[in-house]
Ligand binder design. Structure first.
Ligand SMILES: NC(=O)C1=CN([C@@H]2O[C@H](COP(=O)(O)OP(=O)(O)OC[C@H]3O[C@@H](n4cnc5c(N)ncnc54)[C@H](O)[C@@H]3O)[C@@H](O)[C@H]2O)C=CC1
Ligand SMILES: CC(C)CC(=O)C(=O)O
Ligand SMILES: [Mg+2]
Length: 360
C-alpha cells in the first residue's frame, strides 16, 4: 500500500516524539511491505519563526494533498508573549478547522504493567478502557466574538460559546457509532444545568439516541463526570462531549493510565485526511532532552494505521509492541517507578522497533 503522510513536528517535544512515530511507521512499512512517504511541513511556533504565520498556506496545501497528517505539538515560552492569530496554538486550531476535523477520538487504556504509575490504586486501574469523543471544531475555542475591550473603566475579555444543531448532531452520531462496536453505552457529558449550548446538546443527544436503539444513553454533568472518572473509571465506555470539556477531561483521564505521555488521539472529518497527534503539548520543561515519552505519539501512529489506512493488523502489532516494551520494564521518567531505570525517548523508540522486528 502506498500512502503519503504529512508530518507536522511543531515545537518542543513535538519534534522528538514525531521522529519516534515516523521511525515506527517506517518499520511497519518495511515489515509489511507498505510504501509510506513523509512530507514535512511547518506549524506552530517554528512556523511563526520561519513564515511569520503559525499555519502557512503551504502547510494547509501539504495536509490536504496527503492521505493523513501526523502532528507533534505546538507552543512554548518563546512565543508566549504573542497574542491572537499569532499564537502557535492558533495554527493547530486552524488546521483542525481547515480539515474539518470535528471528531477527536481519545482512547484511554490502562496498561496493567503501569498500575503503579497511575494516580489510582492498582485494583482501580486494571481494565480501564474508555473512549473520549471530543467535538473539535466548535465551541469556545472558535466562537466569535472573541475580544478585549474597555468598558466603564474596566478591561473586559470575551470568548463565545456557540454550537449549531448540525455540529452537535454529527459528533453525537460519532459517539453512538463507536459505542455500537464497543459496549453499547454512551455517556454524554454537558453542563445542561447552566449552559444553553448544553441544553441543546442534551436535547439532540436524546433525539439521535432513537436512531440507535441498541445503545444506552445517559447524561452526566461535567463536574460530576470529572469526579466519577477518578472514583470509578471502569464505569465509562464512550464519553461524548464538547470541545473544552473534552480537552480537560482527557488530560485528567491520562493520569488514570500513568502519564499524559501515554494518550494518543485521532481527529477525523466526514471525508479527507485525518490528523493523528498525542494528546499532550510541547512540554517545554523537558523539550530537547530526549526525556519525552514517545508512546502517545507512537500510539497515534497506530491509530493512523487503523483508522486512516484500514491496516488493523499493523496497528495491532504496534499496540502489542508497546505493551511488551512496558511489560519488560522499559520506561521514560514520567512512568518510571521509584528506583527503576529511566530510559530516553530514543531508547524506548528503538525498543519498540526491535520488538516489532523480532515478530518477523
Ligand atoms: N496539542 C498541542 O499541540 C498542545 C499544545 N499545548 C501547548 O504546549 C505548551 C506547554 O503546555 P503545558 O500546559 O505545559 O502542557 P504539556 O502537555 O506540554 O505538559 C504538561 C506536563 O506533562 C508533561 N508531559 C507532556 N507530555 C509528555 C510526554 N510525552 N512525556 C513526558 N512528560 C510529558 C510535561 O513535561 C509537563 O510537565 C503550551 O504552549 C501549550 O499551549 C498544550 C496542549 C496541547
Ligand atoms: C493547544 C490547544 C489548541 C488544544 C489542546 O490543548 C488540545 O487539543 O488538547
Ligand atoms: Mg489539551
Amino acid at each position: 500500500m502506498k500512502k503519503n503522510i504529512t508530518v507536522l513536528p511543531g515545537d518542543g517535544i513535538g519534534l522528538e516524539v514525531v521522529q519516534s512515530a515516523v521511525e515506527v511507521l517506517e518499520t511497519i512499512g518495511t515489515i509489511y511491505g507498505h510504501d509510506f512517504a513523509f512530507d514535512y511541513a511547518d506549524i506552530g511556533g517554528s512556523a511563526i519563526d520561519k513564515h511569520n504565520d503559525p499555519l502557512p498556506a503551504s502547510t494547509i496545501k501539504a495536509c490536504k494533498a496527503g492521505d493523513a497528517v501526523l502532528l507533534g505539538a505546538v507552543g512554548g515560552p518563546k512565543w508566549d508573549q504573542l497574542s491572537g492569530d499569532m499564537r502557535p496554538e492558533k495554527g493547530l486550531l486552524r488546521i483542525r478547522k481547515e480539515l474539518d476535523l470535528f471528531a477527536n477520538l481519545r482512547p484511554v487504556i490502562g496498561f496493567d504493567s503501569l498500575s503503579d504509575s497511575s494516580t489510582l490504586r492498582k485494583e482501580v486501574i486494571t481494565g480501564i478502557d474508555l473512549m473520549i469523543v471530543r467535538e473539535l471544531t466548535g465551541g469556545l475555542y472558535f466562537g466569535e466574538p472573541r475580544e478585549r475591550r474597555e468598558e466603564n473603566g474596566e478591561t473586559i475579555a470575551v470568548d463565545t460559546l456557540i454550537y449549531s444543531r448540525s455540529e452537535i448532531e454529527r459528533i453525537i452520531r460519532k459517539g453512538f457509532e463507536l459505542a455500537q462496536v464497543r459496549s453499547r453505552r454512551v455517556t454524554s457529558v454537558d453542563k445542561a444545568n447552566v449552559l444553553e449550548t448544553s441544553r441543546l446538546w442534551r436535547e439532540i443527544a436524546e433525539e439521535i439516541s432513537t436512531e440507535y436503539p441498541d445503545v444506552a444513553l445517559e447524561h452526566m454533568l461535567v463536574d460530576n463526570a470529572a469526579m466519577q472518572l477518578i472514583r470509578d473509571p471502569q464505569y465509562f465506555d464512550v464519553i461524548v462531549t464538547e470541545n473544552l470539556f473534552g480537552d480537560i477531561l482527557s488530560d485528567e483521564a491520562s493520569m488514570l493510565t500513568g502519564s499524559l505521555g501515554m494518550l494518543p488521539s485521532a481527529s477525523m472529518s466526514a471525508e479527507g485526511p485525518g490528523l493523528y497527534e498525542p494528546v499532550h503539548g510541547s512540554a517545554p520543561d523537558i523539550a530537547g532532552q530526549d526525556k519525552a515519552n514517545p508512546l502517545a505519539a507512537i500510539s497515534s501512529a497506530s491509530m493512523m494505521l487503523k483508522y486512516a489506512f484500514g491496516l488493523s493488523e499493523e496497528a495491532l502489532a504496534v499496540d502489542k509492541a508497546i505493551d511488551q516494551v512496558l511489560n519488560e520494564g522499559f520506561r521514560t521518567g514520567d512512568i518510571a517507578r521509584e528506583g527503576e531505570a529511566v530510559k530516553t525517548t530514543s531508547e524506548i523508540t528503538q525498543k519498540v522497533i526491535e520488538t516489532l522486528r523480532s515478530k518477523l
